[in-house]
Design a protein around this ligand. Structure first.
Ligand SMILES: Cc1cc2nc3c(=O)[nH]c(=O)nc-3n(C[C@H](O)[C@H](O)[C@H](O)COP(=O)(O)O)c2cc1C
Length: 197
């Protein structure tokens, strides 16, 4: 049995095309998967509290109450063997909803630590991860992509290195374009998931 964590960071939540595609493929290709689905896009995580920020930045500032939500999200992430993040591009980068999840999950002394050279070292362990990225523009060429390098770096910070990106571009250019993007992503994701079974 594969424990999968499927997260949506779209304002459309579980109705986002990326989320529906990922869920359908998991049902078809990994029927024995135990899937935890979360909508952190339309039901956004709360803003960081002052207590949480203080706990993270004060030596010896451990504060279990302030870190309770962070702990819950980290435990949920740690428990999965297969992680799928479904996210739109917002203004060249990750949406605020995904950044909020990152700020709760990337926590010093818990999901990463510092080595003697003060470099960040991940503590969560690697796991197979897919990032389904939905954008209005066709992906290549026209605008900067801060999402891919940022997510690659921040996931590596907590120890997740096996990350594959699947891009659904031109999603605002009408039904035919959406269908083309979905078909291509379906092919890529099913091939990638099947290869890992
Ligand atoms: C606030 C906002 C900012 C956006 N910024 C970009 C952008 O920088 N580049 C882009 O290609 N598309 C951008 N888009 C378009 C979305 O990425 C696109 O519609 C995507 O398919 C939405 O995915 P979703 O339905 O899963 O949320 C933006 C959309 C919104 C609402």
């Amino acid at each position: 049995m594969t424990r999968a964590l499927l997260l949506s960071f779209s304002p459309h939540g579980k109705a986002a095309q990326t989320f529906k595609l990922a869920r359908a493929l998991l049902t078809d290709l990994v029927p024995d998967a135990q899937v935890s689905e979360r909508d952190y896009g339309s039901q956004a995580l709360p803003a960081l509290t002052r207590e949480y920020a203080t706990a993270l930045t004060t030596p010896g500032g451990l504060n279990a109450d302030a870190m309770a939500l962070s702990e819950q999200l980290i435990v949920e992430l740690q428990a999965c063997e297969l992680l799928i993040l479904c996210t739109p591009v917002h203004n060249f980068t990750v949406p605020a909803a995904l950044k909020a999840w990152i700020d709760h999950v990337v926590r010093i002394h818990r999901s990463f630590t510092l080595n003697e050279q003060f470099a960040k070292v991940g503590l969560l362990g690697d796991r197979r991860t897919f990032v389904l990225v939905s954008s209005g523009n066709a992906r290549k060429g026209h605008e900067p992509d801060f999402l891919t390098p940022y997510l690659t770096a921040i996931l590596a910070t907590v120890g997740i290195h096996s990350v594959e990106f699947i891009y659904l571009g031109a999603m605002v250019r009408g039904e035919a374009a959406v269908n083309r993007a979905l078909e291509q992503a379906h092919r890529q994701l099913s091939a990638a998931i099947s290869a890992g079974l």
